[in-house]
Design a protein around this ligand. Structure first.
Ligand code: ADP
Ligand code: GLC
Length: 509
């Protein structure tokens, strides 16, 4: 690892470290994120970037969210309007002479101010992420825009809260390009790792392209020697604090197996690293008030769940014969999500047992082809919808009996927590946030909320599925399990306190 920066020796956090700094209250918190629900979304990052600021805003903090105006965002539908003093802002991102304007969704009681960086040249694309040659400049622009907007608003955030590699250059930019500006003198930076699998790695010539070549000595030198720069690594070096989205993932990423090349750095910075489990936005994800499902239900009156099941089966062309359990999947189809285990297990178990499977998702071809094949092979028993559908995602949560997430790694995972609230029993691998939010069902004691397996092996998944199917066959047992699951509370209301604690004691690194 480069020695160009001083990394503290690992040492556990002591209580004295948490002495409250003289921070003003309410806090000024700037969120920088590549996607924010409901405006743009590819995964859970958008859910978090939409819900956490809302919760902080409700607590009375001055929260401003800055995100791209992606081509897919419908300004009219969301009531966005141009901000008159944030128009035609010119910024040279190295070789890219760019100009952007800002649109906003005005804050009200429920929502904070959200600013959308409108640069059609960079953000009017078919998807949020492109993998195209200008991916680095696109998100470097977002990071620059964060500072440019704060300057024009004469707004000095106490915390710049960055999310994943797309905004991980911000801590470095504060110490370099914007170091001169007194406005940011007291500003601290926090980088949240949602997924260490995506790091934003580019050829080192990118520094020249981004106009950062004058600061090349501040990037990790070992990586530079190999001709690369890594945005996430850079953020983790310069952030005043680092969080990730579950306590278990915070431990896992400090090991070579899960750290994806960043474990040494994270161990060296372990005194600045905390895991905070994501919350659930129960305004959006509760069977009592879900606007997408035909029949509402609750823990006290769960009977209507069966009607949602019948509706889902019918909508997806699945047979409702007998009382076969229905397993749901809603997921990005990538290696992370562990569906490799399903290649062997699902055809076997479907051949032997009466069950239904309803899958929603898209991604890598091999998984899409597998689920296509499975639905062709088991007509009326397996349905696969390739694509993205908010409505179907809600319907699957409400209508399924079980929800499958056999992830290889899972920083937090949201669907298992949604599932708990909907009485849809999760079958998960114990990794990251899955292990932190689902407790193995204990038949004898009647405790637990789901079926959890440990090893990433087909046999282990098979064990968990068999256990789930056996339990489903005992209605009394199953009802108890549903009650346990629906009673769990992972609301942002609770989780937000941990973020506030960090914002308040964020010491200067
Ligand atoms: P990740 O962020 O790794 O994809 P999470 O479980 O944290 O995993 O969050 C995924 C989010 O994206 C959830 O809100 C889930 O419902 C949603 N989602 C994933 N795939 C789809 C899809 N095909 N259609 C609709 N929503 C989806
Ligand atoms: C990432 C992770 C997921 C997490 C989400 C929100 O995309 O893969 O586990 O829930 O971010 O933090």
């Amino acid at each position: 690892m480069s020695q160009c920066f001083t990394v503290p020796e690992p040492r556990p956090l002591e209580d004295g470290d948490k002495t409250l700094l003289p921070m003003p209250s309410p806090l000024k918190i700037c969120f920088a994120a590549s996607e924010v629900a409901p405006f743009s979304k590819t995964g859970g990052l958008a859910d978090v970037a939409g819900a956490l600021p809302r919760q902080l805003h409700r607590h009375g903090h001055d929260v401003r969210v800055i995100t791209p105006l992606h081509g897919l965002v419908d300004c009219r539908e969301h009531g966005l309007a141009p901000v008159d003093f944030l128009q035609d802002i010119h910024v040279d991102v190295g070789r890219h002479a760019l100009s952007f304007s800002v649109w906003s969704k005005k804050s009200d009681k429920a929502t904070p101010e959200i600013y959308f960086v409108d640069c059609p040249q960079m953000f009017h694309r078919e998807s949020v992420y492109t993998g195209e040659a200008d991916e680095a400049p696109r998100f470097a622009l977002l990071s620059r825009a964060v500072f440019e907007c704060c300057q024009r608003m004469a707004w000095a955030p106490d915390v710049l809260h960055c999310h994943d590699w797309h905004t991980a250059l911000i801590p470095l930019l504060r110490r370099t390009v914007y170091e001169w500006d007194q406005l940011f003198q007291a500003t601290r930076t926090l980088v949240t790792i949602h997924n260490i699998g995506y790091q934003g790695v580019f050829p080192s010539s990118m520094l020249d392209e981004l106009g950062l070549d004058g600061w090349s000595h501040m990037f990790d030198q070992e990586e530079m020697r190999e001709g690369r720069v890594n945005f996430l690594r850079t953020g983790l070096i310069y952030a005043d604090a680092i969080t990730t989205v579950s306590p278990s993932y915070a431990r896992e990423i400090q090991t070579p197996e899960y750290g994806m090349g960043l474990s040494d750095l994270l161990r060296a910075r372990s005194d600045r690293l905390t895991g905070i489990l994501n919350g659930v936005d129960y305004d959006e994800w509760s069977p009592e008030r879900d606007r997408y499902i035909p029949h509402r239900y609750s823990r006290a009156r769960p009977e209507a769940k069966a009607k949602n099941k019948a509706y889902l089966l019918q909508q997806m062309g699945l047979s409702s014969e007998g009382d076969a359990p229905l397993i749901g999947i809603v997921s990005r189809l990538t290696a992370q999500k562990g569906f490799d285990l399903c290649f062997e297990v699902l055809p076997e178990i479907l051949a032997e047992r009466e069950l239904r499977l309803c899958v929603l998702g898209s991604g890598e071809t091999k998984y899409e082809e597998f689920f296509d094949w499975l639905s062709g092979h088991f007509p009326g028993r397996v349905a696969y919808f390739r694509g993205y559908s908010e409505e179907l995602a809600h319907l699957i949560e409400a209508g399924s009996d079980m929800f499958l997430m056999p992830s290889r790694f899972e920083p937090c995972g949201l669907n298992q927590m949604f599932s708990l609230r909907y009485g849809t029993i999760p079958i998960v691998r114990r990794t990251g946030g899955l292990g932190d939010s689902v407790e193995l069902f204990d038949v004898d004691k009647g405790t637990g909320t789901g079926f959890v397996f440990d090893r990433f092996e087909s046999g282990a998944l098979r064990w968990a599925m068999e256990y789930a199917l056996r339990s489903y066959a005992k209605p009394e047992q199953w009802r108890g399990l549903m009650q346990n699951a629906m009673a769990r509370n992972y609301s942002w209301e609770k989780q937000v306190e941990d973020y506030l604690e960090i914002y308040r004691w964020l010491p200067e690194a």
